[in-house]
Write a protein that binds this ligand. Structure first.
Ligand code: ADP
Ligand code: MG
Length: 141
């Protein structure tokens, strides 16, 4: 599924929809360049799950856990990870294989530990279509 957005609000709204539909145990990966909108999208998903506290990128902790929504929400940003073993140290398996929803920014950096099936989200810019244009591709793998 490809969705085009033309503002941060539209990307947020798409995230809200995903958050509302998310099932227990869902894993979403997010790929795309720095500043493309991965965190904006994630903030929408959190909203859709009923999380009202502010969500920002957990860059220095790798994962931020939100328990107040309809389902537990595990927001990973693995941009600064040095080695995949750091994922073991933070106990990622409890998140990946639990009853919550995982969102993993920069998932390609931890590809080897991703489960067999998940929902892959790619956000891309296209400068020819404007500064705020984003193409968001969502596929099941
Ligand atoms: P990332 O997490 O991918 O590094 P962020 O979500 O933190 O990126 O930042 C995305 C930036 O791009 C924000 O400043 C946001 O306002 C801006 N932006 C402009 N247009 C869009 C759009 N269509 N969708 C999402 N963000 C957009
Ligand atoms: Mg981010």
């Amino acid at each position: 599924m490809v969705t085009e957005t033309f503002s941060p609000e539209e990307t947020f709204a798409l995230g809200v929809r995903i958050g509302k539909e998310a099932l227990p145990g869902s894993i979403y990966t997010l790929s795309g360049d720095l500043g493309v909108g991965k965190t904006v999208f994630t903030q929408g998903v959190a909203k859709g799950l009923g999380i009202d506290e502010p969500v920002s990128s957990p860059t220095f902790t790798i994962v931020q856990i939100y328990e107040e929504g309809r389902l537990p929400f595990y927001h990973f940003d693995v941009y600064r990870i040095g080695d995949v073993s750091e994922m073991d140290e933070i106990g990622y398996e409890d998140c990946f294989y639990g009853q919550g929803v995982c969102m993993i920014e920069w998932a390609e950096l931890v590809e080897e530990i991703l489960p067999e099936h998940y929902t892959k989200i790619l956000i891309e810019k296209d400068v020819e279509k404007g500064f705020d244009y984003r193409r968001i591709t969502i596929e099941q793998v």
